[in-house]
Design a protein around this ligand. Structure first.
Ligand code: PMP
Ligand code: GLN
Length: 411
Protein backbone atom coordinates (compact mmCIF):
# COMPACT_ATOMS: atom_id res chain seq x y z
CA UNK A 1 0.00 0.00 0.00
CA UNK A 2 0.98 3.63 -0.41
CA UNK A 3 2.51 5.49 2.52
CA UNK A 4 -0.19 8.12 2.32
CA UNK A 5 -2.69 5.66 3.80
CA UNK A 6 -0.58 5.18 6.94
CA UNK A 7 -2.10 6.44 10.17
CA UNK A 8 -5.42 7.52 8.66
CA UNK A 9 -7.13 4.13 8.46
CA UNK A 10 -9.32 4.64 11.54
CA UNK A 11 -12.50 6.65 10.89
CA UNK A 12 -15.08 7.60 13.48
CA UNK A 13 -18.02 7.45 11.00
CA UNK A 14 -17.10 3.99 9.75
CA UNK A 15 -16.71 2.68 13.28
CA UNK A 16 -19.75 4.28 14.90
CA UNK A 17 -22.12 3.87 11.97
CA UNK A 18 -21.42 0.14 12.08
CA UNK A 19 -21.88 -0.02 15.85
CA UNK A 20 -25.10 2.00 15.60
CA UNK A 21 -26.46 -0.34 12.91
CA UNK A 22 -25.58 -3.43 14.92
CA UNK A 23 -26.77 -2.37 18.39
CA UNK A 24 -28.70 0.85 18.59
CA UNK A 25 -32.44 1.31 18.80
CA UNK A 26 -32.16 5.10 18.57
CA UNK A 27 -29.52 6.87 16.51
CA UNK A 28 -28.44 10.39 17.49
CA UNK A 29 -24.95 9.76 16.11
CA UNK A 30 -24.09 10.49 12.48
CA UNK A 31 -25.52 13.82 11.29
CA UNK A 32 -28.46 13.40 8.95
CA UNK A 33 -32.18 14.17 9.20
CA UNK A 34 -34.54 11.20 9.69
CA UNK A 35 -37.33 13.19 8.02
CA UNK A 36 -37.94 14.01 4.36
CA UNK A 37 -36.48 16.98 2.50
CA UNK A 38 -38.96 19.79 1.74
CA UNK A 39 -41.57 18.99 -0.94
CA UNK A 40 -40.23 21.54 -3.43
CA UNK A 41 -36.84 19.85 -3.75
CA UNK A 42 -38.30 16.35 -3.80
CA UNK A 43 -40.57 17.47 -6.62
CA UNK A 44 -37.63 19.12 -8.36
CA UNK A 45 -35.73 15.82 -8.24
CA UNK A 46 -38.71 13.88 -9.67
CA UNK A 47 -39.18 16.54 -12.31
CA UNK A 48 -35.51 16.25 -13.30
CA UNK A 49 -35.80 12.49 -13.68
CA UNK A 50 -38.73 12.91 -16.07
CA UNK A 51 -37.37 15.82 -18.01
CA UNK A 52 -35.89 13.86 -20.89
CA UNK A 53 -32.90 11.75 -21.81
CA UNK A 54 -30.20 14.39 -21.25
CA UNK A 55 -30.97 14.63 -17.55
CA UNK A 56 -29.66 11.06 -17.24
CA UNK A 57 -26.36 11.79 -19.00
CA UNK A 58 -23.15 13.60 -18.08
CA UNK A 59 -23.41 17.33 -17.61
CA UNK A 60 -20.79 20.09 -17.49
CA UNK A 61 -17.74 18.76 -15.63
CA UNK A 62 -17.29 21.70 -13.26
CA UNK A 63 -20.98 21.98 -12.41
CA UNK A 64 -24.33 21.64 -14.18
CA UNK A 65 -24.95 25.06 -15.73
CA UNK A 66 -28.36 25.69 -14.08
CA UNK A 67 -26.77 24.90 -10.71
CA UNK A 68 -23.70 27.14 -10.99
CA UNK A 69 -25.97 29.93 -12.27
CA UNK A 70 -28.39 29.63 -9.38
CA UNK A 71 -25.54 29.36 -6.84
CA UNK A 72 -23.85 32.44 -8.33
CA UNK A 73 -27.09 34.44 -8.27
CA UNK A 74 -27.93 33.40 -4.74
CA UNK A 75 -24.49 33.81 -3.14
CA UNK A 76 -23.54 37.02 -4.97
CA UNK A 77 -26.33 38.63 -2.98
CA UNK A 78 -25.20 37.02 0.29
CA UNK A 79 -21.43 37.65 -0.07
CA UNK A 80 -21.78 41.08 -1.66
CA UNK A 81 -19.42 40.16 -4.50
CA UNK A 82 -20.40 39.39 -8.11
CA UNK A 83 -19.71 35.66 -8.45
CA UNK A 84 -18.97 34.35 -11.94
CA UNK A 85 -20.92 31.10 -12.36
CA UNK A 86 -18.40 29.50 -14.72
CA UNK A 87 -15.14 30.72 -13.20
CA UNK A 88 -15.70 31.09 -9.45
CA UNK A 89 -17.61 27.90 -8.58
CA UNK A 90 -16.80 24.20 -8.61
CA UNK A 91 -19.58 21.68 -7.98
CA UNK A 92 -18.39 18.59 -6.12
CA UNK A 93 -19.56 15.28 -4.67
CA UNK A 94 -20.66 16.78 -1.37
CA UNK A 95 -18.70 19.21 0.75
CA UNK A 96 -16.25 16.36 1.30
CA UNK A 97 -14.95 16.53 -2.27
CA UNK A 98 -14.80 20.31 -2.20
CA UNK A 99 -12.54 20.06 0.87
CA UNK A 100 -10.46 17.28 -0.68
CA UNK A 101 -10.00 19.21 -3.94
CA UNK A 102 -9.02 22.35 -2.03
CA UNK A 103 -6.25 20.59 -0.10
CA UNK A 104 -5.02 18.69 -3.15
CA UNK A 105 -4.98 21.82 -5.29
CA UNK A 106 -3.31 24.18 -2.82
CA UNK A 107 -1.10 22.28 -0.38
CA UNK A 108 2.46 21.31 -1.17
CA UNK A 109 4.70 18.84 0.64
CA UNK A 110 5.65 20.40 4.00
CA UNK A 111 3.10 23.23 3.93
CA UNK A 112 1.44 23.90 7.26
CA UNK A 113 -2.32 24.11 7.62
CA UNK A 114 -3.81 25.59 10.80
CA UNK A 115 -6.91 23.71 11.97
CA UNK A 116 -9.19 25.00 14.72
CA UNK A 117 -10.25 22.31 17.19
CA UNK A 118 -12.71 20.72 17.59
CA UNK A 119 -12.85 20.16 13.83
CA UNK A 120 -14.81 18.00 11.40
CA UNK A 121 -12.48 15.01 11.43
CA UNK A 122 -11.69 14.72 7.69
CA UNK A 123 -9.58 17.91 7.59
CA UNK A 124 -6.66 16.14 9.21
CA UNK A 125 -6.34 13.10 6.87
CA UNK A 126 -7.02 15.33 3.87
CA UNK A 127 -4.18 17.69 4.80
CA UNK A 128 -1.89 14.70 5.35
CA UNK A 129 -2.82 13.06 2.03
CA UNK A 130 -1.81 16.29 0.32
CA UNK A 131 1.60 16.14 2.05
CA UNK A 132 0.76 18.96 4.42
CA UNK A 133 1.37 19.32 8.12
CA UNK A 134 -1.67 20.04 10.32
CA UNK A 135 -1.07 22.61 13.09
CA UNK A 136 -3.79 22.63 15.73
CA UNK A 137 -5.27 25.34 17.88
CA UNK A 138 -8.13 24.57 20.24
CA UNK A 139 -11.14 26.70 21.03
CA UNK A 140 -11.16 26.91 24.81
CA UNK A 141 -14.04 27.46 27.21
CA UNK A 142 -13.81 30.84 28.92
CA UNK A 143 -13.50 31.09 32.71
CA UNK A 144 -13.87 28.12 35.00
CA UNK A 145 -15.22 25.70 32.45
CA UNK A 146 -18.83 25.79 33.67
CA UNK A 147 -19.89 27.30 30.36
CA UNK A 148 -23.29 26.77 28.90
CA UNK A 149 -23.03 28.14 25.36
CA UNK A 150 -20.85 27.38 22.36
CA UNK A 151 -20.27 31.16 22.20
CA UNK A 152 -18.13 30.83 25.34
CA UNK A 153 -15.63 28.70 23.42
CA UNK A 154 -13.09 31.06 21.94
CA UNK A 155 -9.70 31.32 20.27
CA UNK A 156 -6.87 33.13 22.00
CA UNK A 157 -5.65 35.75 19.49
CA UNK A 158 -2.10 35.49 20.86
CA UNK A 159 -2.09 31.72 20.66
CA UNK A 160 -3.45 31.84 17.12
CA UNK A 161 -0.84 34.40 16.07
CA UNK A 162 1.87 32.10 17.45
CA UNK A 163 0.80 29.29 15.10
CA UNK A 164 1.70 31.18 11.92
CA UNK A 165 5.12 30.41 10.43
CA UNK A 166 6.69 31.09 7.03
CA UNK A 167 5.42 27.65 5.98
CA UNK A 168 1.75 28.32 6.84
CA UNK A 169 -0.28 27.97 3.65
CA UNK A 170 -3.88 27.78 4.82
CA UNK A 171 -6.22 27.91 7.80
CA UNK A 172 -9.46 25.94 8.11
CA UNK A 173 -12.48 27.17 10.00
CA UNK A 174 -15.97 25.72 10.27
CA UNK A 175 -18.84 28.01 11.14
CA UNK A 176 -21.38 27.00 12.43
CA UNK A 177 -18.99 24.48 13.92
CA UNK A 178 -19.43 20.74 14.03
CA UNK A 179 -19.54 19.45 16.80
CA UNK A 180 -19.79 22.48 19.19
CA UNK A 181 -22.26 24.63 17.28
CA UNK A 182 -20.13 27.74 17.64
CA UNK A 183 -21.08 30.53 15.23
CA UNK A 184 -18.10 32.86 14.83
CA UNK A 185 -18.85 36.52 15.44
CA UNK A 186 -17.68 39.20 12.99
CA UNK A 187 -14.94 40.34 15.43
CA UNK A 188 -13.61 36.79 15.72
CA UNK A 189 -13.59 36.38 11.93
CA UNK A 190 -11.92 39.77 11.52
CA UNK A 191 -9.15 38.74 13.91
CA UNK A 192 -8.58 35.56 11.86
CA UNK A 193 -8.78 37.50 8.59
CA UNK A 194 -6.23 40.09 9.77
CA UNK A 195 -3.71 37.34 10.58
CA UNK A 196 -4.32 35.56 7.26
CA UNK A 197 -3.86 38.78 5.29
CA UNK A 198 -0.73 39.68 7.28
CA UNK A 199 0.85 36.26 6.62
CA UNK A 200 -0.60 35.81 3.11
CA UNK A 201 -2.50 32.66 4.07
CA UNK A 202 -5.57 31.10 2.42
CA UNK A 203 -8.76 30.39 4.36
CA UNK A 204 -10.89 27.31 3.79
CA UNK A 205 -14.25 28.10 5.36
CA UNK A 206 -16.56 25.14 5.81
CA UNK A 207 -20.07 26.60 6.01
CA UNK A 208 -22.26 23.55 5.42
CA UNK A 209 -24.57 24.56 8.32
CA UNK A 210 -24.79 28.22 7.27
CA UNK A 211 -28.60 28.47 7.50
CA UNK A 212 -28.84 26.90 10.95
CA UNK A 213 -28.41 29.55 13.63
CA UNK A 214 -30.41 30.07 16.82
CA UNK A 215 -31.31 32.66 19.45
CA UNK A 216 -30.11 35.65 17.45
CA UNK A 217 -26.72 34.26 16.38
CA UNK A 218 -25.86 35.43 12.87
CA UNK A 219 -23.79 33.52 10.35
CA UNK A 220 -21.12 35.71 8.75
CA UNK A 221 -19.11 34.65 5.73
CA UNK A 222 -15.40 35.35 6.17
CA UNK A 223 -15.24 35.76 2.37
CA UNK A 224 -17.40 38.88 2.74
CA UNK A 225 -14.85 40.71 4.93
CA UNK A 226 -12.60 43.27 3.19
CA UNK A 227 -9.68 41.67 1.34
CA UNK A 228 -10.91 38.13 1.98
CA UNK A 229 -12.73 37.18 -1.24
CA UNK A 230 -9.40 36.64 -3.05
CA UNK A 231 -8.04 34.28 -0.38
CA UNK A 232 -11.10 32.36 0.84
CA UNK A 233 -12.62 29.11 -0.38
CA UNK A 234 -16.17 28.81 0.91
CA UNK A 235 -17.48 25.26 1.07
CA UNK A 236 -21.18 24.40 1.05
CA UNK A 237 -23.42 21.33 0.94
CA UNK A 238 -26.72 20.76 -0.83
CA UNK A 239 -27.26 17.78 1.46
CA UNK A 240 -27.13 19.92 4.60
CA UNK A 241 -28.92 22.86 2.96
CA UNK A 242 -31.98 20.88 1.83
CA UNK A 243 -31.97 17.97 4.32
CA UNK A 244 -30.97 15.54 1.57
CA UNK A 245 -27.54 14.27 2.63
CA UNK A 246 -27.76 11.28 0.29
CA UNK A 247 -27.72 13.48 -2.81
CA UNK A 248 -24.08 14.40 -2.24
CA UNK A 249 -24.05 17.71 -4.07
CA UNK A 250 -21.53 20.20 -2.71
CA UNK A 251 -19.59 23.21 -3.94
CA UNK A 252 -16.60 25.45 -3.48
CA UNK A 253 -16.89 29.17 -4.18
CA UNK A 254 -13.77 31.29 -4.52
CA UNK A 255 -11.86 33.54 -6.81
CA UNK A 256 -11.21 32.18 -10.33
CA UNK A 257 -7.42 32.05 -9.67
CA UNK A 258 -8.04 29.47 -6.90
CA UNK A 259 -10.98 27.58 -8.43
CA UNK A 260 -8.99 26.89 -11.61
CA UNK A 261 -6.55 24.70 -9.65
CA UNK A 262 -9.40 22.89 -7.93
CA UNK A 263 -10.88 22.24 -11.37
CA UNK A 264 -7.59 20.55 -12.32
CA UNK A 265 -7.96 18.12 -9.41
CA UNK A 266 -11.64 17.57 -10.16
CA UNK A 267 -11.19 16.88 -13.89
CA UNK A 268 -8.56 14.28 -13.09
CA UNK A 269 -10.46 12.49 -10.33
CA UNK A 270 -14.25 12.73 -10.29
CA UNK A 271 -14.96 14.70 -13.48
CA UNK A 272 -18.81 14.82 -13.30
CA UNK A 273 -21.31 14.88 -10.48
CA UNK A 274 -24.80 13.34 -10.69
CA UNK A 275 -26.92 15.41 -13.09
CA UNK A 276 -30.47 15.11 -11.67
CA UNK A 277 -29.30 15.84 -8.12
CA UNK A 278 -27.60 19.02 -9.37
CA UNK A 279 -30.73 20.01 -11.27
CA UNK A 280 -32.83 19.55 -8.12
CA UNK A 281 -30.45 21.63 -5.98
CA UNK A 282 -30.46 24.32 -8.68
CA UNK A 283 -34.24 24.52 -8.55
CA UNK A 284 -34.10 24.57 -4.77
CA UNK A 285 -31.86 27.65 -4.83
CA UNK A 286 -34.01 29.33 -7.50
CA UNK A 287 -37.02 28.90 -5.25
CA UNK A 288 -35.12 30.10 -2.17
CA UNK A 289 -33.91 33.18 -4.07
CA UNK A 290 -37.51 34.19 -4.65
CA UNK A 291 -38.66 33.69 -1.03
CA UNK A 292 -35.43 34.73 0.70
CA UNK A 293 -36.00 36.49 4.01
CA UNK A 294 -39.68 35.50 4.18
CA UNK A 295 -41.31 32.88 6.43
CA UNK A 296 -41.79 30.76 3.27
CA UNK A 297 -38.04 30.22 3.06
CA UNK A 298 -36.75 26.78 4.05
CA UNK A 299 -33.70 28.65 5.36
CA UNK A 300 -36.01 30.10 8.00
CA UNK A 301 -38.30 27.13 8.46
CA UNK A 302 -35.59 24.55 9.15
CA UNK A 303 -33.83 26.54 11.91
CA UNK A 304 -37.22 27.40 13.45
CA UNK A 305 -38.06 23.71 13.62
CA UNK A 306 -34.60 22.81 14.95
CA UNK A 307 -34.71 25.54 17.59
CA UNK A 308 -37.48 23.64 19.31
CA UNK A 309 -35.69 20.28 18.99
CA UNK A 310 -32.50 21.79 20.40
CA UNK A 311 -34.31 23.05 23.49
CA UNK A 312 -36.11 19.77 23.93
CA UNK A 313 -32.86 17.80 23.78
CA UNK A 314 -31.11 20.21 26.15
CA UNK A 315 -33.86 19.84 28.79
CA UNK A 316 -33.73 16.10 28.44
CA UNK A 317 -29.94 15.95 28.82
CA UNK A 318 -30.03 18.23 31.88
CA UNK A 319 -32.77 16.13 33.48
CA UNK A 320 -30.52 13.07 33.45
CA UNK A 321 -27.40 14.82 34.75
CA UNK A 322 -25.59 15.52 31.46
CA UNK A 323 -24.32 19.08 30.98
CA UNK A 324 -25.09 20.32 27.48
CA UNK A 325 -23.28 23.19 25.79
CA UNK A 326 -26.01 25.12 23.98
CA UNK A 327 -25.14 25.36 20.28
CA UNK A 328 -25.61 28.72 18.55
CA UNK A 329 -25.84 26.89 15.22
CA UNK A 330 -25.68 23.58 13.36
CA UNK A 331 -27.56 20.46 14.37
CA UNK A 332 -25.40 18.96 17.06
CA UNK A 333 -25.18 19.36 20.81
CA UNK A 334 -22.18 18.37 22.88
CA UNK A 335 -22.64 17.42 26.50
CA UNK A 336 -20.30 16.83 29.42
CA UNK A 337 -20.93 13.37 30.88
CA UNK A 338 -18.37 13.52 33.68
CA UNK A 339 -20.97 13.63 36.46
CA UNK A 340 -22.59 10.40 35.24
CA UNK A 341 -21.66 7.65 37.64
CA UNK A 342 -22.02 4.39 35.80
CA UNK A 343 -19.52 1.65 35.17
CA UNK A 344 -19.02 1.91 31.42
CA UNK A 345 -15.82 -0.02 31.15
CA UNK A 346 -16.01 -2.86 28.72
CA UNK A 347 -12.94 -5.11 28.54
CA UNK A 348 -12.85 -4.82 24.73
CA UNK A 349 -12.40 -1.04 24.82
CA UNK A 350 -10.23 -0.53 27.90
CA UNK A 351 -7.33 1.16 26.06
CA UNK A 352 -9.55 3.74 24.43
CA UNK A 353 -10.35 7.33 25.37
CA UNK A 354 -12.99 7.84 28.05
CA UNK A 355 -15.58 9.28 25.66
CA UNK A 356 -15.11 6.39 23.20
CA UNK A 357 -15.66 3.92 26.05
CA UNK A 358 -18.73 5.75 27.26
CA UNK A 359 -20.30 5.99 23.78
CA UNK A 360 -19.67 2.29 23.12
CA UNK A 361 -21.33 1.42 26.42
CA UNK A 362 -24.29 3.68 25.59
CA UNK A 363 -24.72 2.04 22.17
CA UNK A 364 -24.18 -1.57 23.19
CA UNK A 365 -25.84 -1.60 26.60
CA UNK A 366 -28.53 1.06 26.22
CA UNK A 367 -29.18 1.13 22.47
CA UNK A 368 -28.56 4.88 22.05
CA UNK A 369 -25.98 6.00 19.48
CA UNK A 370 -23.98 9.24 19.87
CA UNK A 371 -20.45 10.31 18.83
CA UNK A 372 -17.37 10.76 21.07
CA UNK A 373 -16.07 14.34 20.85
CA UNK A 374 -12.35 13.55 21.15
CA UNK A 375 -12.69 12.25 17.56
CA UNK A 376 -12.84 15.94 16.59
CA UNK A 377 -9.41 16.64 18.12
CA UNK A 378 -5.81 15.90 17.24
CA UNK A 379 -4.29 13.03 19.22
CA UNK A 380 -2.25 15.65 21.13
CA UNK A 381 -5.31 17.49 22.43
CA UNK A 382 -8.01 14.77 22.52
CA UNK A 383 -7.23 13.81 26.14
CA UNK A 384 -8.10 17.29 27.39
CA UNK A 385 -11.56 17.04 25.80
CA UNK A 386 -12.60 13.44 26.40
CA UNK A 387 -15.50 14.21 28.76
CA UNK A 388 -17.91 15.24 26.00
CA UNK A 389 -20.22 13.36 23.66
CA UNK A 390 -22.16 14.70 20.66
CA UNK A 391 -25.89 14.30 20.05
CA UNK A 392 -27.53 15.02 16.69
CA UNK A 393 -30.98 16.65 16.98
CA UNK A 394 -32.11 16.91 13.35
CA UNK A 395 -34.58 14.14 14.14
CA UNK A 396 -38.32 13.44 14.27
CA UNK A 397 -40.04 14.15 17.60
CA UNK A 398 -40.62 10.39 17.96
CA UNK A 399 -36.88 9.73 17.69
CA UNK A 400 -36.10 12.33 20.36
CA UNK A 401 -38.86 10.86 22.55
CA UNK A 402 -37.40 7.39 22.13
CA UNK A 403 -33.98 8.75 23.17
CA UNK A 404 -35.68 10.29 26.22
CA UNK A 405 -37.13 6.90 27.17
CA UNK A 406 -33.68 5.33 27.11
CA UNK A 407 -31.95 8.13 29.02
CA UNK A 408 -34.64 8.37 31.68
CA UNK A 409 -34.58 4.66 32.39
CA UNK A 410 -30.87 4.59 32.82
CA UNK A 411 -30.52 7.61 35.07
N1 PMP B 1 -18.24 19.64 6.68
C1 PMP B 1 -18.89 19.45 7.84
C2 PMP B 1 -18.63 20.38 8.98
C3 PMP B 1 -19.80 18.40 7.98
O1 PMP B 1 -20.43 18.22 9.14
C4 PMP B 1 -20.03 17.53 6.89
C5 PMP B 1 -20.96 16.38 7.02
N2 PMP B 1 -22.11 16.64 6.32
C6 PMP B 1 -19.34 17.78 5.69
C7 PMP B 1 -18.45 18.83 5.63
C8 PMP B 1 -19.52 16.92 4.47
O2 PMP B 1 -20.70 17.26 3.81
P1 PMP B 1 -21.27 16.46 2.55
O3 PMP B 1 -22.20 15.43 3.09
O4 PMP B 1 -21.95 17.48 1.71
O5 PMP B 1 -20.09 15.84 1.86
N1 GLN C 1 -21.27 15.44 8.78
C1 GLN C 1 -21.98 14.35 9.40
C2 GLN C 1 -21.64 14.31 10.87
O1 GLN C 1 -20.85 15.07 11.35
C3 GLN C 1 -21.72 13.02 8.74
C4 GLN C 1 -20.27 12.66 8.58
C5 GLN C 1 -20.05 11.36 7.89
O2 GLN C 1 -20.93 10.51 7.79
N2 GLN C 1 -18.87 11.14 7.43
O3 GLN C 1 -22.18 13.52 11.59
Amino acid sequence: HANRTNGIDKNVWVEFTQLAAAYSKVNLGQGFPDFAPPKFVQEAFCHALNEGPMMHQYTRAFGHVPLVKSLAKFFSRVIGHEIDPLEDILVTVGAYQALFSAFQALINEGDEVIIVEPFFDCYQPMVKMAGGQPVYIPLRPKGDGSVLSSGDWVLSPEELASKFTPRTKALVINTPNNPLGKVYKTEELQMIADLCIKHDVLVISDEVYEWLTYDGAKHVKIASLPGMWERTITVGSGGKTFSATGWKVGWAISSEHIIKHMKTIHQNTVYHCATPAQEAVARGFEREYEVFGTPESYFQQLPAMLHHKKNKLASLLKSVGLKPIMPEGGYFMTADFSSIKVDYDDPSSKDEAKDFRFVKWLIKEKGLATIPVSAFYSPEHGKEFDKYIRFCFVKEEATLDAAAEILKKWS
